[in-house]
Write a protein that binds this ligand. Structure first.
Ligand SMILES: Cc1ncc(COP(=O)(O)O)c(C=O)c1O
Length: 490
């Protein structure tokens, strides 16, 4: 009989002074190093993107000419590409870059945290960083929005929000009301309240939620009155993916009253419009109302890390998860509130106020709207609408599919379906190619350009952007279309 040797039990001290490791036996696969990654050129990046990431997505990058760009650095309002070209960022990562690229205070806070060898994972012990960050969020949130769940993406924060709403509403009221053209994320739970067919595809989703037109208070009241199983309503305060769509103040005031009357929980999705973007910390603050649950993400990570939060009224939170028996039903995931992400967010929140960025979003955002409205008056046949608030602005072009001169129709006919009738793709592509400006688009309304520059954006950046747009539109639709189609052929 062979006697197994007892494994040596290491003391905590011995574990800290780790023994020498034996040489690796497994051959190392052909891995690229960090320096290799930085040095990849566009053809090789394209090859790897096609082989391992999302070959179909490359098709859309090609339509816009984005596939030729490799970003080498990014600072403040600008990207810098492989040719040293500075690209003015009015896309802002769909609102993820409130502080611009690589804000020095955020870099410094992260570097110090690393140099001090602080810990990251906060599952076993309480985290002083997550606790302080949650305190900050509660400080910035009105009413008794005091309880915080930390995650890594907007979808995760919204999942937490709808799960909390469902538990707090109780098993007899599982249905949710959501809006036409809503976007709340791509994970399966929130997909059930995201309206876009593109994202819903053929996934099996609970079909018993109730869809209403965005901003239609009568439709909401009818739904609440007729269906006692409705326990929650989920709305973006400003629809982003829908093309920057707002509802008037009286809608929100009535919504709050209706939710109180029918005992329905109101979840405000502020993932895109929150965190100062519209000129208040939360967009719903413009209307003097407070939801029961809300969610933030995107710029919460200071443009440097993945951070998201669900913030809920204490009473609602305690109803769902307040007892030890229920506390772990939806406790944070592995990376929820990890160290460096939390201190990045803490620093970000301080900068937001120290640098007056919320006020800047209100003031300079109003200037952006003023200048775009002047452009709309100058080009009424091209620009249909300018709308938004702060630095969450939509510019809608006229649909020219019917008004385009007959001679050009065959030209446009050969383009990808997504581009037919849509000037926004053409304008976005030419703004980048000829004017070094990056703008964003929206899935649900192909005629809209979305403008979500960093909140550090100054009047000089607004002028640079609007002047570039003016120059481009001054060429006229026919020249823009011809130029764009030609670029697609080359
Ligand atoms: C309003 C809204 N909610 C939720 C999400 C999902 O966020 P994420 O992409 O971080 O999962 C987004 C993302 O664009 C959003 O705009």
């Amino acid at each position: 009989m062979t006697v197994m040797a007892k494994p040596e039990i290491k003391t905590a001290r011995a574990m800290v002074d780790a023994p020498e490791l034996a040489p690796a036996k497994l051959p190392k696969p052909e891995l690229l190093s960090v320096e290799d990654a930085k040095a990849l050129d566009v053809p090789r990046m394209t090859e790897l993107f096609k082989a391992h990431l999302n070959p179909g997505q490359l098709h859309f990058m090609k339509l816009l000419g984005f596939h030729k760009v490799k970003i080498e650095r990014a600072e403040g309002m600008y990207y810098v590409d492989q040719n040293g070209r500075k690209i003015l960022d009015f896309f802002g990562g769909f609102g993820s870059l409130a502080f611009g690229h690589n804000h020095p205070r955020i870099l410094e806070a992260r570097k110090k945290f690393q140099d001090e060898k602080r810990h990251e994972i906060a599952i076993a012990f309480m985290s002083q960083y997550a606790a302080a960050f949650a305190h900050n969020l509660a400080q910035c949130s009105p009413g008794d929005l005091d309880m915080v769940f930390l995650g890594s993406s907007g979808s995760e924060a919204m999942e937490a929000a709808v799960k909390l709403a469902e538990r707090a509403a109780g098993p007899k009221r599982p249905k949710m009301v959501y809006a036409e053209n809503s976007f709340h994320g791509k994970t399966k739970g929130v997909l059930a309240i995201t309206d876009g067919q593109l994202y819903r595809a053929d996934f099996r989703l609970p079909g018993d939620n109730v869809r209403v037109p965005f901003g239609d208070i009568d439709a909401i009241e009818r739904a609440f009155r007729s269906d006692p199983e409705i326990g929650a309503i989920v709305l973006e305060t400003v629809q982003g993916g829908g093309g920057i769509v707002q509802a008037p103040a009286e809608f929100w005031v009535k919504l709050r009253a209706l939710c109180d009357q029918y005992g329905v929980i109101w979840v405000a999705d502020e993932v895109q419009c929150g965190f100062g973007r519209t000129g208040r910390f939360y967009a719903f603050e413009h209307y003097g109302v407070v939801p029961d649950i809300t969610a933030l993400a995107k710029s919460l990570g200071g443009g440097k890390t993945a951070m998201a939060a669900m913030i809920a009224r204490r009473e609602i939170y305690m109803k769902a998860y307040g007892a030890p028996k229920t506390a772990m039903i939806h406790a944070a995931a592995t990376f929820g509130g990890i160290g460096e992400a939390s201190i990045t967010a803490i620093e970000a929140m301080n900068i937001l106020y120290d640098e007056g960025l919320i006020d800047n979003a209100a003031d300079t955002g109003a200037y952006l709207l003023e200048r775009l409205n002047a452009l709309k008056d100058k080009y009424p046949k091209i620009i249909k609408d300018v709308r938004g608030r702060g630095f969450m602005v939509g510019l809608e072009f006229q649909d020219f599919s019917r008004t385009l001169p007959m001679v050009l129709r065959p030209l446009v006919g050969v383009l990808d379906d997504k581009l037919k009738g849509s000037l926004s793709g053409f304008v976005g592509a030419l703004l980048l190619r000829d004017h070094d400006v990056l703008v964003a688009f929206t899935e649900y309304n192909r005629n809209v350009i979305r403008l979500e520059p960093p909140l550090i954006c100054g009047r000089e950046h607004v002028d640079a952007f609007v002047d570039a747009l003016d120059t481009l539109l001054g060429r006229g639709i026919v020249a823009i279309v011809k130029d764009f189609v030609k670029s697609q052929m080359s």
